[in-house]
Design a protein. Structure first.
Length: 229
């Protein structure tokens, strides 16, 4: 129950057939199951998620998704499958399809990617708790970053950005960096505001140290294969 009423929560997983760095990455087996199955199995394990939908352009991905319990109600249009295509138009297309073709209107949307296979159920539950206990419009996963950051001004000068003064780590707050593993947003943020996450009403779920692996290159895949699960 979200915000004192039963709201509809849908998980949408995104996967394309094309992958330049690791060919056919999304259908390759990782620890015994196809990469694309990981976010589906995660979402299906959470009772508060009502539906799990895969948006893809690829027939093999679609079959794997169905086998693991996801719905694949359409084949993603080719104009939404370019390397340059961002997440937001793909999600908006999925929501529009479900609303127009099925009359299904979700309240809260969870966006998941196969490239982040080790996202924990606990993190998703934490995000759902935030929706229940606060009035937030979005929740996203982040990592704390204690780095020292500089910026390049016009003229080539580099100036400290964070922290402003060089002090020991215990005397300044970390920055929070999106890790891309999980995005939650209310429908109105995605459809009415045309934003992936709210710009003024977002909560964070902080990932634990070493919890996150984003599989983009061969080295990431090898690291994922070596990870104990």
């Amino acid at each position: 129950m979200l915000n004192n009423k039963k709201e509809k929560v849908i998980a949408i997983a995104l996967a394309r057939g094309g992958s330049k760095s690791i060919p056919r990455k999304n259908v390759l087996p990782l620890h015994g199951k196809p990469l694309v199955a990981w976010p589906i199995d995660l979402a299906k394990s959470i009772d508060r998620i009502d539906r799990v939908v895969m948006t893809t352009d690829d027939d093999e991905i679609a079959e794997i998704a169905k086998k693991h319990g996801a719905e694949v109600p359409f084949k993603r249009p080719m104009e939404l499958c370019d390397d340059e295509t961002t997440t937001l138009p793909v999600i908006r297309h999925c929501i529009e399809y479900l609303e127009n073709e099925e009359g299904y209107r979700p309240d809260v949307v969870l966006i998941l990617y196969p490239t982040n296979p080790f996202l924990k159920k606990e993190r998703v539950e934490q995000a759902l708790d935030l929706f229940e206990n606060t009035k937030c419009d979005s929740v996203l996963s982040v990592v704390k970053d204690w780095g020292r950051f500089w910026r390049n001004e016009e003229g080539g000068n580099y100036l400290p950005l964070h922290p402003k003064e060089r002090v020991n780590r215990q005397y300044y707050e970390p920055l929070y960096r999106e890790d891309g593993a999980m995005y939650f947003s209310r429908r109105n943020v995605l459809m009415d505001q045309n934003l992936l996450v709210s710009e003024d009403n977002t909560e964070f779920v902080v990932m634990e140290e070493g919890e996150h692996i984003d599989i983009d290159e061969i080295a990431d895949w090898k690291k994922a294969e070596e990870k104990e699960i």
